[in-house]
Every structure is written in C-alpha cells, then in structure tokens.
Design a protein around this ligand. Structure first.
Ligand code: MG
Length: 284
C-alpha cells in the first residue's frame, strides 16, 4: 500500500493526495469525465502493465488483447496516443505492435519522437557503470532467494518479488536498499508494486516525459487536454504533473482503495480502462 510520503525521492507530491476510494469512477461518472475534457482534444498517455494488460506473474507473460489493440488503433487516428512504460521501449513497442503511437520506455527515460527527437538528458544515460555494478551485486546477493527476478533493462534495473514467498520479501527489499546506498548518488531507488527499481539519478520521470512530449509536439496549448492512465507508483509522477491541466485516471483494485493518489478518477482494472477508452472513442 502506498502511503503519504512513501517515496524516496519524490516528496513533491505528498500534498493534495486522496485515497483512491474517494475519487469518482471514470465509468460511473463519465459525464463528469467528459465535462473535464469539455471541447478540448484529448492526448492519451497510458502505462502498459496493470493498465492496458492485467498484472501477470512474470513480465514475459503479458499480452495485449486484440480488443485493446483495436481501440488504441482507432484512437490513434484521432488523437495523440503514447505508451509510457517501465519496460524497455522496444519491448513495449513490440508488445503493442501499433505503428502510429509514441512509445517511452524505462519510466520515460527512454523516449523518442517519430522524427527522432529525444530529450536533452538522453546522451547522459550512456554511462551505465553504476547500474552494471549494481546489477552484478544484486545477482550475487539475491541468488539464494527463490522467486526473486532481476530484470536488467536498458536504463534501469527492476527486482521483482511477486513470486518470492512473503517471509523473504523484506529481505529482497533490504538487499536492494543496500545496493542503492552503495551506488548512490549515481542511482535512485523507486518502489512499485512488488518491484524495486534502480534508475539513473536524474530529475526525470514519467510526468516529465509526458510534459516533454506535449511541449515538443506543440501540444501544450489550451485546446489539448492530456489524460494519463496508470496503476503504479511511477505513474503518480504523471498524475502529479498533470494535476492542474490534465486528467489522471488511477487503475486500482479492491485491495488498493486506501492508497493515496494524485489522480482525479479511478477505475478498477484493465477491462475498465478499455471501457473508458471505448467511451472516449465514441465521444470525439
Ligand atoms: Mg503499470
């Protein structure tokens, strides 16, 4: 459960959060959702795992449904659609498999526009020494913990504990924390749902990636309203940064209703995300 202040480097949005259960449902209150859009043109930003697809035991088991792909393709003909994932960019691009979308991987660190433009920080990401060292240390120290899964992505390292027995989850967390401290300040630590992630220690996140895309494509005008769908801690950066000029939709199941969020609306699962996307498809 995410509680107020439970972020290591992200204290900027500890104010103004609400429990998920206090938010209106984007489906039951779709009129309200539509009113927020008003006459503006939506720009859609979507996380992948847990948002467009249900959470699965291992990352390689995630598949995008035919129905989801169809809705996304139809929406991309009418507005900007971007997928902002924690996965590697090329991986999420292959999983979605649609050519006219914008893809950002590694929680927005790895973003490229169709014309090849990238954020200024991108060249700095080539220095991977700390992450390489952290990855080999993690492999040694976690080798004896069954179920722990280390995923070395292009710009980050994810340590999944979804398949670790409950009595060992805290050990995994404390090992990741140790390695983070050993490599800090070159890396920062993000905590997600059953995943700890070491990232380059830069002032960059999913929210900044969204704002960069909007600005670089000249979509940061009053006629455009960014809408972000996401289920995890890293998506809170986007909810927070879009707070005053966009809409955040948090995907949170029944057990996650007390979690604090900066989003404006809630849905329960990826099926409900599809329902909202279909409603959007019909109304503009
Ligand atoms: Mg997610």
């Amino acid at each position: 459960m995410l509680l107020k202040g439970d972020f290591l480097h992200n204290s900027f949005y500890t104010d103004g959060q609400n429990p998920v259960c206090a938010l209106p449902s984007a489906i039951a209150a779709f009129d309200l959702f539509q009113n927020r859009i008003s006459q503006r043109r939506p720009a859609l930003f979507l996380d992948f795992d847990g948002t467009l697809t249900p959470i699965v035991p291992r990352p390689d088991m995630a598949r995008l449904s035919w129905a989801a792909r169809t809705v996304l393709a139809a929406l991309a003909e009418r507005c900007l659609v971007a997928i902002i994932s924690g996965r590697d960019r090329l991986e999420v691009e292959n999983l979605v498999g649609l050519p006219h979308l914008i893809y950002a991987g590694s929680h927005g660190f790895d973003v490229i526009l169709p014309d090849g433009r990238v954020p200024e920080h991108s060249c700095l990401l080539n220095d991977q020494a700390s992450l390489d060292r952290a990855c080999s240390t993690l492999r040694q120290r976690l080798a004896s913990i069954p179920g722990s899964l280390i995923e070395r992505k292009r710009f980050t390292i994810a340590v999944h504990s979804r398949n670790v027995s409950p009595e060992h989850v805290e050990t995994v967390k404390s090992i990741v924390r140790q390695v983070f401290e050993e490599e800090h300040p070159a890396v920062k630590l993000m905590r997600g749902k059953m995943v700890e992630e070491l990232q380059p220690n830069m002032d960059w996140d999913k929210g900044k990636a969204v704002l960069w895309i909007l600005e670089t494509l000249n979509f940061n005008s009053r006629e455009v309203i960014p809408i972000f769908f996401g289920d995890d801690v890293t998506d809170e950066h986007a909810f927070s940064r879009l707070r005053n000029h966009g809409i955040g939709v948090v995907v949170a199941g029944k057990t996650d209703q007390e979690r604090l969020t900066c989003a404006d609306f809630r849905v329960e699962n990826s099926d409900e995300v599809m329902t909202v996307l279909r409603c959007l498809q019909e109304c503009f």
